[in-house]
Every structure is written in structure tokens, then in C-alpha cells.
Design a protein around this ligand. Structure first.
Ligand code: C2E
Ligand code: CA
Ligand code: CA
Length: 636
């Protein structure tokens, strides 16, 4: 496929356009060459015939000479690089000129005219190198000529035929020069346009990433030892994904183009700006102080937060900004950008629409992250433990099932909470291995409890979206189920709502197979993601777990109760099971049961327990775990 884009000067340019312009150049040369060969032949024939008889070789050579312009043109048209092919043809011109000189018995004046006119061509087309090649080719041609026609040297000259040839010396090179000039002008223009395109992001017209990095490096070198500083500002749009998803990619592209127009000001004022990828932009500005940088960052956020109107719809975006500073934070472009990026993540975390400067703490945080990942990799197979938190029927106190929760105690790092190591495992590609290790341990424990206590415990296992996406996931799970002879309906996978929504399409087939297998699926942290509920049916969900933040707010905010009762009503209408997470008080339990949610999980009933602790719990089954026996218990 031929790349073709709109050039900055309103012209369509492409590599094909450069090729076409080369061909036009070759067509010009073709006409000049026909003229040159015809005129040259006309001029030299009388001179040659005054010396020689017509021979077969002579006729063959003359025919070859007449055919040459057509052959040359055919070669160029087939070539992918017409201009280079034309240069090689000029070399051939010079060889032929050498042969003609030998044919002219080296008569001084006509030979000089022939040689000079090809030499002038070479000069016209380009400089000293072609001239050198031309001389070599002339000599080579002369040798071939001597071989073909014998070595004769004549001193007599034919003034009249020489006169006929004389204008050729001027006209021929002039014509060639004209075509070469026009073609090289055009080529230079196309090259400029191609260079612009290769340095520019097609959608926004801003610099692209590669160009930006090399320009920033150049700027940093120039600023070395100066008192000014260079700030690198990483801009990430807030809410862009929502717009892309709801209005489509075309509208998303238009929004990006519109917003980048606002960023263009930075380059107009001498700074650098690029589209770094997706909805990310990076700017670099040379300023006097940190305060100036803050002002610029605040202006960028303001500019990005102004409404964008697309087809009459007003859209509200915004941006989070991270800033790193040269020479304080790093000395090269790539490191400055990655630090500004880290700062941007922190800004997003703090709340969208804010700006954050990079600091050493962030470097420290990422160093800690790598250390944790390194130790976790080694720990997965030996140090990772699984604790079990009971889920109970809050009315009768009966055990409904347990949730498996990963626990990790590291000899150097101490107890590391899953809220810290799970996201790191996801980021560093360890989550599948970790998740499978938890599943294996949990299933082994279910099998053990079956033989030891003759109970079949229902087991809920947390599964990361990244795990579900792996094609091997289902097979590996089947193997574990078979190995421990688990009844598939005893297993439930907990997947977070946000993870589900990120890949509804991909998830569908996996959930289809899970339901065929008989394994249940629960939506974890329900209510924290999107409010579109159609996916619950599409993905064959069995259960939802109301997020603990809602339970916590039941008696704190005025909306707490209405949200939870709406969720319960909705789940009941959709015939989904419900579990309330994070139940800590009897008051919460009572309220939940009164509103139709009977199963609860939380510290009120039990903390997550080590397997041996859970076994003890299973035997003693502490009393007072149900509302019926706890009516008079206090929450303390
Ligand atoms: P989660 O799935 O929402 O798990 C429930 C979390 O709430 C657990 O935290 C649990 O200890 C805590 N919790 C239970 N009852 C109460 C309560 O009454 N009050 C309060 N305040 N908290 C309660 P934990 O064990 O720290 O786990 C945190 C998260 O780490 C889990 O959230 C889950 O998303 C993730 N996680 C844990 N183990 C695994 C695992 O094996 N695989 C995956 N992918 N994620 C896991
Ligand atoms: Ca969970
Ligand atoms: Ca949860």
C-alpha cells in the first residue's frame, strides 16, 4: 500500500509522489537523449564515412546508439529509484561517447565536442563525482571502440561537420541541466514534505515522540551550564476513554485534534510539544524558575478543561499533569519524560485535573516496587499462604462459603498486604502464577476439609482480569479441579467490576465456558465500577458482592442506605445472589437482612483465618454469629 497524506503546504505527498517526480525527470532526459543521439549521429556520420567503409559492426553500433535512449528510458521506468537509474544511464552515455571517439579516429575537434557535451551533462546533473565517472567511462568506451573499430589516429578535421556539431555542445547540456534543475527542485520540495510528515503526528500536526525526544536532547545540551531550567510536562487527558467509548473513535480523534490546537501555543512561544501517544502529550519549556513552570502547567490544565464542542455536543474533558525538571531530576530526555510520567500518575491518584512535580519519593516508590516484585517472584511457590474468610447466613449463622485471600510474609519486608503486592504482581506479569498458586492451595484445602471434617466448603477465589485473558486459564483450572476432585459448583471466581467492564467482549467466551463447566462467577466490589448493568446477564454472572465502602457508609451518609437498597432490589429482580462485604456491626447486619441481603462477610463474623484457625472455627462454630442468637449482643 502506498502511503499518502496531506502535506503541510496543502499538497498531497507520498513516497509515490517522489517516484513520479523522478519519472518526469527521466522522461525529460529521454527526449533530450533522443535529440542528442540523432543530432550527434547526423554530425558524425559524414566524418566517419570520410574515413571508413560501412561495415556490419558500424551499422550494428549505429542501431544500438539509436536504440539506446529507448532502452535507457525503459530501464528507468522499471526502476524503483528513477533518479539513481538515470545516473547509471549517464555513465553509459559516457561509455558510448568514448566508443564514438574511437570511431572518429580520435580526430581532435569532433572528439572534443563529443566528449565535452557528455561531460557537461555530468556537470549539469551533479558535481565532481559524475565528472570523474564520466572520464573513466570515456576511457573505457574508447578502449571498447578501439577493440571494435581498430586504433587509428587522424589529424585531419572536417570543418563543416564540426560546425554542425558545435551547437550540440551548448544545447544538449543546457537541456539536461534544465530538466535536472526542475527535477531536483521538485525532489527537494517532496523531501521537505516527507521530512515534515515523518516528524509529525498525522492526527494532531504536533511533533511525534521520536522527533520530540531528539529535539529535547538537543535543547538540554544547549542549556548545559546555564542558569535557566527546562521543565518537562507530561499531560494525560482525563475522561478521554469515556468519550472514545461513548461517541466512537472518529469523534475521539476530533477531540484530540481540537485540544492539541490549544497546546500548539507552547511551540509558538518557543517550547516543544508532542503527541506522545493516545491521549498523552508532552511539552518541554525553558524557564527561569519552578514558579514559571507551575504557571504554565496550570494554564495547560485550564486549556484542556475548556469544553470541546463536537457536532453540537459539548464535551467536558480535563487533564492531569506531571512535571520533571532539568537538571534537577535527570539529564536526558528519556529519563525526564519517564519521571514526568511517574509524577502524572501521582497527579491522577490525587484527583484528576491536578499537577504534580516529580520528587525523590517517587523514585523511591518505584525502587521499592521492583524490590517487592523480585522477592514476590521467589515467594509465590514457597512463602505465599492463603487465609480464609467465612461468608455466613446472617440469620441462621450457617457457613455459606469462604473467600480465599492471599497472604505473604517476607523475611526482609515483613507482612506485605495484598492491596500492595497484588497490583505489583499484575504490573510485573506475576499475577497468573500467583493466582494459580492460590487456586491450587485453596482446592487442596477444600479436599482436605472434605476428608478430615466431612464437609464440602464452597470456595470463592479472586481472579484478576489479566488471568482470565490468558488462553491457558481454563485448562489449568480444569486440571486443578480434576486433581483435587472438586465439584465445579463448589468453586466461585470473584472478578472485579471494573476489570469485567474493560473487556466485556473478550470475557464473554471465557464466562460461557465457565458456566458450562459449572463454576460460578461473582462480581467483586460491585458498585465501584460503571452503572451499566446489561453485562450482568450477558456474562452469566451468578452473584454480586456489594463493595465494603457502601456498607461502611450505611449509617454515615444519607445516600448510603438508598444505594444499597437499590442494589439489593436490582440483584433480586435479576435473580442474582448477593453478599455484603465488610460487615462489621450488628446494626449493619440487621439492616441488610431487613432489606433482603442475607449473606454477609466481614470482621463481625470472622477475620480472614489461617487454614488451621479456620479448621478450629469449623469445629467449634462460634455461637452468636447469627442475628437470632445475637439480638442482645452489642457491637463492641
Ligand atoms: P477483596 O477481594 O475485596 O477482599 C476483601 C478484603 O476486605 C480483604 O482484604 C479482607 O481482609 C477485607 N475485609 C474483610 N472483611 C472486612 C471488614 O469487615 N472490614 C474491613 N475493613 N475489611 C474487611 P485483603 O485480604 O487485604 O485483600 C485485599 C484485596 O487484595 C482483595 O480485595 C482482593 O482484591 C485482593 N486479593 C487478595 N487475595 C487475592 C488473590 O489471591 N488473587 C487476586 N487476584 N487478588 C487478591
Ligand atoms: Ca474478593
Ligand atoms: Ca471486594
Amino acid at each position: 500500500m502506498v502511503k499518502s497524506k496531506m502535506g503541510p503546504f496543502g499538497l498531497p505527498v507520498s513516497t509515490a509522489a517522489v517516484h513520479r517526480s523522478g519519472l518526469r525527470f527521466a522522461a525529460g532526459i529521454y527526449r533530450v537523449r533522443i535529440f542528442g543521439v540523432t543530432a550527434g549521429l547526423a554530425g558524425t556520420v559524414p566524418i566517419v564515412l570520410s574515413d571508413r567503409a560501412i561495415t556490419l559492426v558500424l551499422v550494428a553500433f549505429a542501431t544500438g546508439l539509436l536504440a539506446w535512449p529507448h532502452v535507457a528510458y525503459a530501464i528507468v521506468r522499471r526502476s524503483r529509484h528513477p533518479v539513481s537509474a538515470e545516473r547509471r544511464n549517464l555513465f553509459m552515455d559516457s561509455v558510448l561517447a568514448g566508443v564514438v571517439v574511437a570511431l572518429l579516429n580520435f580526430r581532435l575537434v569532433p572528439s572534443t565536442i563529443v566528449l565535452l557535451s557528455v561531460a557537461m551533462n555530468s556537470i549539469a546533473v551533479g558535481g565532481i563525482r559524475p565528472i570523474l565517472f564520466c572520464c573513466i567511462a570515456n576511457a573505457l568506451g574508447a578502449l571498447v571502440g578501439v577493440g571494435l573499430f581498430g586504433a587509428h589516429f587522424t589529424n585531419i578535421n572536417e570543418p563543416w561537420s564540426t560546425l554542425v556539431m558545435l551547437p550540440m555542445m551548448v544545447i544538449y547540456p543546457l537541456l539536461i541541466a534544465k530538466f535536472a534543475y526542475v527535477a531536483s527542485e521538485r525532489l527537494a520540495e517532496k523531501t521537505r514534505q516527507l521530512k515534515f510528515l515523518s516528524e509529525t503526528d498525522a492526527l494532531t500536526g504536533l511533533s511525534n515522540r521520536t522527533t520530540f525526544i531528539s529535539r529535547l536532547d538537543r535543547l538540554l545540551r544547549a542549556c548545559h551550564g546555564e542558569t535557566t531550567i527546562v521543565g518537562v510536562i507530561f499531560v494525560d487527558l482525563d475522561n478521554f476513554k469515556t468519550i472514545n467509548d461513548s461517541l466512537g473513535h472518529k469523534a475521539g480523534d476530533r477531540v484530540l485534534a481540537r485540544l492539541s490546537g490549544r497546546l500548539m501555543q507552547i511551540s509558538e512561544q518557543g517550547g516543544l510539544i508532542c503527541r506522545y501517544g493516545g491521549d498523552e502529550f508532552v511539552a518541554a519549556v525553558q524557564v527561569e524558575s519552578i514558579k514559571d513552570l507551575s504557571i504554565i502547567a496550570a494554564k495547560i490544565i485550564r486549556d484542556m478543561s475548556r469544553d470541546v464542542s463536537i457536532d453540537g455536543t459539548r464535551l467536558k474533558l480535563g487533564a492531569s499533569v506531571g512535571i520533571s525538571v532539568f537538571p534537577e531530576h535527570a539529564a536526558d530526555a528519556a529519563s525526564l519524560i519517564s519521571r514526568a510520567d511517574a509524577a502524572m500518575y501521582r497527579a491522577k491518584h490525587r484527583g484528576k485535573g491536578s499537577a504534580t512535580f516529580y520528587d525523590e519519593q517517587m523514585a523511591h516508590a518505584s525502587a521499592i516496587k521492583y524490590r517487592i516484585a523480585r522477592r514476590l517472584r521467589a515467594a509465590i511457590q514457597k512463602d505465599l499462604k492463603v487465609h480464609y474468610q467465612p461468608q455466613v447466613d446472617m440469620v441462621s449463622g450457617r457457613l455459606i462459603g469462604v473467600e480465599a485471600l492471599a497472604r505473604w510474609h517476607d523475611t526482609e519486608l515483613g507482612q506485605v498486604p495484598p492491596g500492595l503486592f497484588i497490583p505489583i504482581a499484575e504490573e510485573m506479569g506475576l499475577i497468573s502464577e500467583l493466582g494459580m498458586a492460590v487456586m491450587r492451595t485453596a482446592c487442596a484445602d477444600v479436599a482436605r476439609w472434605r476428608t478430615m471434617h466431612d464437609t464440602s466448603v464452597h470456595m470463592s477465589i479472586n481472579v484478576s482480569a489479566l488471568q482470565l485473558r490468558r488462553p491457558e486459564f481454563l485448562q489449568e483450572m480444569r486440571e486443578v479441579i480434576a486433581q483435587f476432585e472438586i465439584e465445579p459448583s463448589q468453586l466461585e471466581l470473584e472478578v472485579t467490576e471494573s476489570a469485567l467492564l474493560d473487556n466485556v467482549g473478550e470475557a464473554r467466551a471465557t464466562f460461557e465456558r465457565l458456566s458450562q463447566l459449572g463454576v460460578r462467577v461473582a462480581v467483586d466490589d460491585f458498585g465501584t465500577g460503571y452503572s451499566n448493568l446489561s453485562y450482568l446477564h450477558a456474562l452469566k454472572i451468578d452473584r454480586i458482592k456489594i463493595d465494603q465502602s457502601f456498607i461502611k457508609e450505611l449509617f454515615i451518609t444519607t445516600t448510603g442506605q438508598s444505594i444499597v437498597s437499590a442494589v439489593i432490589a436490582m440483584a433480586t429482580a435479576m435473580t442474582l445472589d448477593i453478599v455484603a462485604e465488610g460487615v462489621e456491626t450488628w446494626a449493619q447486619a440487621r439492616w441488610l437482612v431487613a432489606h433482603g441481603c442475607v449473606i454477609g462477610q466481614g470482621y463481625r463474623f470472622s477475620y480472614p483465618l489461617a487454614p488451621e484457625e479456620f479448621e478450629r472455627w469449623l469445629i467449634t462454630m462460634p455461637l452468636g454469629l447469627s442475628l437470632s442468637t445475637a439480638e442482645c449482643s452489642s457491637d463492641s
